[in-house]
Design a protein. Sequence first.
Length: 201
Amino acid sequence: MPQLGPHISIPAEALLQRVLGLDPFEFKGWPEDVRTLAESIAAELFLVRYNPFIDPELVRKSVSRTLTLARPTLSGEYPQRLTRSVENFWLKQDADMEFRNRFVEKMKEILPEHCIGLDPHTVVQSATDATDLRIELPIAVLFPEDTEQVRAIVRLANEMQFGLIPRGGGTGATGGAIPALDRTAVLSLARFKKILSVDTE
């Protein structure tokens, strides 16, 4: 499958560990052809995690086909190891999608739908900052309109155990306002534009 989307922001070793759960030190001892195959599979699977315009089912079929074609050329435990790693990736991906659905239903009790950003463009915009570093997509971008909504969102984050990243204009150059872990929502404060009071003391 063509490598669609922006460049991958993390090193190959970190990608293998993050996507396939492979130990980087052990991986260095694998045969070169197996390492090349694993790196290719990890990069393709990572598309699902950082590019919302990609259809996960297309990636699932593409990776399955790649493994099927490569399996006869692999020896030892490598076919089983790679197959198991790919299966675990999809188990986690499916679990995360189920979590996202529950998250959205709960969030609709707090925010009106127009305050819950789920479309790909909104999600991508909040997945990076001025660094152009993109590691993980947020499960949603939230646009609360008052402080009570913010408090309710924080309570839900504690209840459901998802990460929450406050975000302003997204112009930082440190990566501090972008998701680095899964199951993280971005809390946009863009609609808080009024100064209610000033304490001069």
